[in-house]
Design a binder for this molecule. Sequence first.
Ligand SMILES: *[C@@H]1O[C@H](CO)[C@@H](O)[C@H](O)[C@H]1NC(C)=O
Ligand SMILES: *[C@@H]1O[C@H](CO)[C@@H](O)[C@H](O)[C@H]1NC(C)=O
Ligand SMILES: *[C@@H]1O[C@H](CO)[C@@H](O)[C@H](O)[C@H]1NC(C)=O
Ligand SMILES: *[C@@H]1O[C@H](CO)[C@@H](O)[C@H](O)[C@H]1NC(C)=O
Ligand SMILES: *[C@@H]1O[C@H](CO)[C@@H](O)[C@H](O)[C@H]1NC(C)=O
Ligand SMILES: *[C@@H]1O[C@H](CO)[C@@H](O)[C@H](O)[C@H]1NC(C)=O
Ligand SMILES: *[C@@H]1O[C@H](CO)[C@@H](O)[C@H](O)[C@H]1NC(C)=O
Ligand SMILES: *[C@@H]1O[C@H](CO)[C@@H](O)[C@H](O)[C@H]1NC(C)=O
Ligand SMILES: *[C@@H]1O[C@H](CO)[C@@H](O)[C@H](O)[C@H]1NC(C)=O
Ligand SMILES: *[C@@H]1O[C@H](CO)[C@@H](O)[C@H](O)[C@H]1NC(C)=O
Ligand SMILES: *[C@@H]1O[C@H](CO)[C@@H](O)[C@H](O)[C@H]1NC(C)=O
Ligand SMILES: *[C@@H]1O[C@H](CO)[C@@H](O)[C@H](O)[C@H]1NC(C)=O
Length: 627
Amino acid sequence: MRLFSLVFLPVCAASITSTGSTILLNNVPYYISPHFVGNIALEAHALDNIDSVSGFAPVSVLPLGTQPDDISGVFTSCNATDDVFQPGFSQLILNETQSLSNLTTQKVEVAGQGTSTVASYTTKSRVPEGPYLLDKTTSNLHQAYRLYDDFAGTFTEALLDNNDGTFQVLSAKVASSATLSIGVPSRLYYKPSKERPLAGVRIAVKDIFSLAGVKRSNGNRAWYHLYPPSNVTAVAISRLIEAGAVIVGTQKLSQFATSEVATVDWVDYHSPFNPRGDGYQDPSSSSSGAGASVASYDWLDAAVGTDTGGSIRSPAGVNGVFGNRASHGLVSLDNVMPLSEPLDTAGFLVRDPALWDKLQTVMYGSNYTSLASLQPKYPVNIMTVSYPDSSTKAGRLLNDFATALAKFLGGNVSTLDVASAWTRSETNLHANLNFTESFNITYPVLTGKGQDNLTNQFFADYASLHDGRRPFVNPSPLARWAWAANYSWDEALQNKTMFANWFNGQILPSVNDPLQCSSSLILYAGKTGTQAPRNRYDIAPPSPFTGFSAARMSVFSGCPDFIYPVGEVSKFSNLTNHDEKLPVAVGILAAKGCDGLLARLAMDLVGEGILKIPQVGGSMSGEPILF
Ligand SMILES: *[C@@H]1O[C@H](CO)[C@@H](O)[C@H](O)[C@H]1NC(C)=O
Ligand SMILES: *[C@@H]1O[C@H](CO)[C@@H](O)[C@H](O)[C@H]1NC(C)=O
Ligand SMILES: *[C@@H]1O[C@H](CO)[C@@H](O)[C@H](O)[C@H]1NC(C)=O
Ligand SMILES: *[C@@H]1O[C@H](CO)[C@@H](O)[C@H](O)[C@H]1NC(C)=O
Ligand SMILES: *[C@@H]1O[C@H](CO)[C@@H](O)[C@H](O)[C@H]1NC(C)=O
Ligand SMILES: *[C@@H]1O[C@H](CO)[C@@H](O)[C@H](O)[C@H]1NC(C)=O
Ligand SMILES: *[C@@H]1O[C@H](CO)[C@@H](O)[C@H](O)[C@H]1NC(C)=O
Ligand SMILES: *[C@@H]1O[C@H](CO)[C@@H](O)[C@H](O)[C@H]1NC(C)=O
Ligand SMILES: *[C@@H]1O[C@H](CO)[C@@H](O)[C@H](O)[C@H]1NC(C)=O
Ligand SMILES: *[C@@H]1O[C@H](CO)[C@@H](O)[C@H](O)[C@H]1NC(C)=O
Ligand SMILES: *[C@@H]1O[C@H](CO)[C@@H](O)[C@H](O)[C@H]1NC(C)=O
Ligand SMILES: *[C@@H]1O[C@H](CO)[C@@H](O)[C@H](O)[C@H]1NC(C)=O
């Protein structure tokens, strides 16, 4: 007897969508994109004896016109230049042909890899060379993504570009301890061109930029759960995408981009791990995921951060990579969470200065002048602000850098005391105002009040959904908002403007020649290898960032302020009971709008051997990361 009859059941619609799948190929984890990039026609028996799983066979598409004799060379070079390609993709080698009637399948010997099958195929739309997964039932080619463990805990979401202007979660997992898996597509799919200079460049994005289809957290759990995915992509990021960049995920920040200390302050999300030294040093904030990831992963080319009061420069410094606070206003920050609009900037954390220049050229468009292919006329006047002497190891590195820079530029180094220059300057209309008092609270007021509109809306939206409740906010942003509540935004903005006018007019003006751009360069100590272990209890509660320091010059004036890693100092770690290396970095300023000069200078100093390209790892020379 039948227990039920299908006839009387309501029609039950099942919405099933593939989110891709995960495979191991020779023990390497891969993600198969749910999107296919091409459909091919092969000889029927071409797939005989080809290994597959769930209907997917690893295959390689040859560059157009590759001759049989070239295959070994092509594969050696693919294997050397691409971390996604591996010999497992060479069991079936696909060769595009025009002729429908002459599809062939033959065996070839590939040096070091044994016998492979080469099959010719036809297709309506060209498929770039590289490794793919061929769906044996549909003959669709799906892109292969290599999966990596975000062991430093730097990402908030792994992303897959849907190639329709939106993103979805890249849903894959490799073995790891409470961290995400990030997928990167083969580098072989991409050929940089004039139109797409960033083709294939892998970039991660601070989780305050809107990306269409993606939920944003701003470092706050309540925010993440309250709002739907964005329906737009911030222009700063869409420019990178249009230039061919691959956005691989969103990254952790300290909450609402306010400075936080690891680990006491990071209540909603855990702070990323700085890979340098003993592995337990604070990665700094707020672009913490950006800094820690670029210092940890050679599969990631760059990370986008924002800098309001040091949020790119500080993580770049302590994680030992390059990072730029851009001239203020180079790119619109629409659809980006503000901290303080008059001070907010978007920039990059990178290892390679040549890529840095390309990234800036794309993100800042006509507001950026690349000097990469021109001959710059560097300023010869170098000033140092609050620079240490050579009595410490870090001080010696910084002074050696200043000396080497002066020699390279044929210039001289002098010291600048900003506060006394303010008072002494005959052309300063406000020289009578006490410098210390004028700029003591300017920054904490502008940042503490700069999120008023954001928080008012957030608190109201949360309350209306949750019966009048307040969302949880970490102690650090709460303290700084509360402190600033009774101060005047307009007065702070006026003081900031007063500083900018004086500094950009009297201290660091630009010059008319675009090849020089800046009248001088100013150096300060970016980071000095100070230990800041993340397992401390002796931390003062969050307080406003009062006072003036060298790192505030660019914040108030809007001039570019780049961090160059200059070396490392060895310090005894009482965590490992061993000496460990910590990065030392210089901060370097040029006149407002002269960003391209500082990128080119970094390239030249690498060329001269004065700076080194930092490697990923436990040290800038690429030693293993301690876990
Ligand atoms: C690929 O096809 C082209 C044109 O059909 C042919 O000239 C070439 O020899 C083929 N290459 C291989 C490796 O079979
Ligand atoms: C491929 O590259 C890996 C790592 O770069 C290397 O260990 C391996 O020997 C290469 N294999 C071949 C067949 O070239
Ligand atoms: C296709 O095959 C035929 C018969 O084998 C041959 O005559 C013709 O030249 C081939 N065409 C191409 C383009 O290789
Ligand atoms: C995008 O979302 C915002 C709210 O977040 C809404 O105001 C706007 O109309 C949406 N735009 C589109 C094109 O859907
Ligand atoms: C250049 O900067 C101005 C001023 O901040 C801005 O309005 C404009 O959109 C920027 N141009 C580009 C190409 O981003
Ligand atoms: C640097 O100083 C030296 C010695 O004081 C002087 O001879 C030289 O002209 C100076 N160079 C510049 C570029 O000012
Ligand atoms: C400026 O104010 C500070 C703090 O109130 C004070 O210590 C300093 O002497 C003043 N400077 C001048 C030049 O008056
Ligand atoms: C700076 O502001 C803080 C907070 O209001 C205050 O405690 C401190 O005395 C001020 N310092 C100066 C030099 O005015
Ligand atoms: C602005 O400068 C004035 C004059 O020096 C000072 O009294 C005031 O405290 C400053 N306010 C802010 C918010 O920076
Ligand atoms: C808040 O929004 C108002 C109205 O749009 C605007 O005038 C004000 O400048 C905003 N405040 C901040 C701190 O951005
Ligand atoms: C700020 O002003 C409000 C009234 O406008 C007052 O209730 C509050 O106590 C003040 N807070 C501080 C820290 O002075
Ligand atoms: C380790 O060094 C830090 C200073 O960097 C110090 O505060 C702490 O007490 C030391 N811990 C031990 C166990 O010695």
